[in-house]
Ligand binder design. Structure first.
Ligand code: NAP
Length: 245
């Protein structure tokens, strides 16, 4: 399905991003994997190559413009084009609003929103020339419904939805689609740190009665990247077990 498509995944060193990159490679895509941790990326590239796939790793801090330029230069040097960008890298720095430090606000907005802007701008230039492309932004259910203690994170994820819809309108004439996926509570390192009490209370809000797995998000991303999703743009696909409807 993804045979020979070139896919750039940010935040591919672990969690959801790693699962997306692995599945894309298994489906025949050439993957460009980026994150800050070099070793984890190298191990992913080794795994993909052992399975007969093609991958390159580009250590990147997506909040830095020069790193993002180098990421897309490397993708073009390695594979000559970019068909799919998955803006997945993200961080949390949770605190109640009145206790939130400027640095925690800035770090989250710089990574989750500015990082996606920088990658989207770089990809748009390439995809615009190709006259085809797919951009998939990993937002969050809390960007839609809000969450006490996560005002910085929720603002970044709601901002990502605004970015998705605006860029979808700008790039449609070039046959580039832009969509967002909003995961609910997915079991990864990011959610591992929550207390059992918080996890129990979250579980009570999920009609399907379970937390999500990275694979649940992978399936949505694979669909939006596929030919079957050619007529879908500017949309927000909730993958949250019914937590928000
Ligand atoms: P994770 O396990 O913490 O992984 C986050 C990834 O982002 C890592 O690969 C990390 O790599 C990378 N990253 C962080 N800062 C970066 C930076 N400045 N530059 C480049 N890469 C950076 O998180 P996850 O749970 O897989 O989450 C993936 C995405 O899904 C995030 O956008 C998150 O907000 C979203 N999401 C997750 C959940 C959930 O329940 N898990 C729910 C809703 C939305 P390095 O540390 O190596 O840089």
């Amino acid at each position: 399905m993804m045979k020979d498509k070139v896919v750039v995944v940010t935040g591919a060193s672990r969690g959801i991003g790693r699962a997306i990159a692995s599945k894309m490679a298994a489906a025949g895509a050439k993957v460009v994997v980026s994150a800050r941790s070099t070793e984890a990326l190298e191990s992913l590239v080794d795994e993909v190559r052992k399975q007969g796939g093609e991958a390159v790793s580009v250590p990147t801090d997506i909040s830095k413009s020069s790193d993002v330029e180098a990421l897309f230069d490397a993708a073009i040097n390695a594979f000559g084009r970019v068909d799919v960008l998955v803006n997945n890298a993200g961080i949390t720095r949770d605190n109640l609003l009145v206790r939130m430090k400027d640095a925690d606000w800035d770090a989250v907005l710089d990574t989750n929103l500015k990082g996606a802007f920088l990658c989207t701008r770089a990809a748009a230039k390439i995809m615009g020339k190709q006259r085809v492309g797919r951009i998939i932004n990993i937002s969050s259910v809390v960007g839609e419904m809000g969450n006490a203690g996560q005002s910085n994170y929720c603002a970044s994820k709601a901002g990502l939805i605004g970015l998705t819809k605006s860029v979808a309108r700008e790039l449609a004439k070039r046959n580039v689609t832009v969509n967002a996926v909003t995961p609910g509570f997915i079991v990864t390192d990011m959610t591992d740190t929550l207390s059992e009490k918080v996890k129990d209370s979250l579980l009570g809000q999920i009609p399907l009665g379970r937390f999500g797995e990275a694979e649940d998000i992978v399936s949505a991303v694979m669909f939006l990247a596929s030919d079957q999703a050619a007529y879908i743009t500017g949309q927000v696909l909730g993958v949250n077990g019914g937590m928000y409807m």
